[in-house]
Design a protein around this ligand. Structure first.
Ligand code: ADP
Ligand code: ADP
Length: 234
């Protein structure tokens, strides 16, 4: 059963030099519990695609259907709840530099109106999940890249999302740290049943953890299928 369906999704940007088409007629089905990869060259439309999935960008045509509901037909409140069901992590981590690790993880819960004590308890559990119990009081500047991404993952999981959107989440990390972050994403998928969507320009990332993959090329889906079928060996 699909958790996300994209139907004829399109996105254009108006710029000083005219219209840029970032996505055109994207049709895609992502099943609950999958680790789904989206791979393509720089400028292919990957970031725009994930940002349309959680409505950070509003599509110019087509539909995003999340848990059988059309996002564009949702009330603002329903959209907010849908967004809380989709955590997101980024290449540059996007942590709040003036807040310590625990406060960063509590932030989305504050926005969602979770009580302080409950938020703190959940944040501590999430710190344990990502293996950073001993860094609760540290500030982002004191952390390594891998540790920052672990904090960002804990923060993304704070509202108990059903989907985790990862936009080039390991592109700023060295190979060993990349491996440990990918293993953490896999654990979150397997143990918590979270659907993981991985945007990358690196084949190795897809091969390491994805069940299915879509290749995006010049705003279009060029191919989609099982990783083993699409990237078969010689
Ligand atoms: P990718 O993530 O694959 O590198 P993007 O989704 O970032 O690709 O970009 C796809 C296309 O859309 C590119 O041509 C890019 O320049 C353009 N684009 C993305 N965001 C904007 C924006 N806010 N305004 C104008 N053009 C944009
Ligand atoms: P660094 O960026 O310093 O290389 P990592 O991101 O690899 O750090 O790891 C950060 C912390 O998480 C370390 O304390 C490490 O021991 C711990 N850790 C590494 N892998 C896992 C894992 N799979 N599950 C839980 N904790 C882990």
């Amino acid at each position: 059963e699909p958790i996300i369906r994209l139907e004829g999704l399109g996105k254009q940007f108006s710029t000083a030099n005219g219209t840029v088409t970032a996505l055109e007629d994207i049709n895609l089905e992502i099943k609950s519990g999958e680790i789904f990869g989206i791979i393509g060259l720089s400028g292919a439309g990957k970031s725009t695609l994930v940002r349309c999935i959680n409505y950070l960008e509003v599509p110019t045509s087509g539909k995003v259907i999340f848990q059988d509901k059309n996002l564009s037909a949702m009330s603002d409140k329903q959209k907010r709840l849908a967004r809380q069901s989709m955590g997101m992590i980024f290449q540059q981590f996007n942590l709040l530099s003036q807040r310590n690790v625990l406060q960063n993880i509590c932030f989305p819960m504050e926005i969602a109106g979770t009580g302080r004590a409950e938020a703190r308890k959940r944040a501590e559990e999430l710190l344990a999940l990502v293996g950073l119990e001993d860094r609760a009081k540290a500030y982002p500047a004191q952390l390594s890249g891998g540790q920052k991404q672990r904090v960002a993952i804990a923060r993304a999981m704070a509202t108990n999302p059903r989907v985790l959107l990862c936009d080039e989440a390991t592109s700023a990390l060295d190979p060993n740290t990349t491996k440990s972050i990918l293993q953490l994403l896999k654990r979150i998928n397997r143990e918590m049943g979270v659907t993981v969507i991985v945007i990358t320009h690196e084949m190795a990332v897809i091969e390491a953890i994805c069940d299915k993959v879509a290749i995006i090329d010049h705003s279009h889906i060029a191919e989609v299928g099982k990783v083993s079928d699409i990237f078969s060996g010689p």
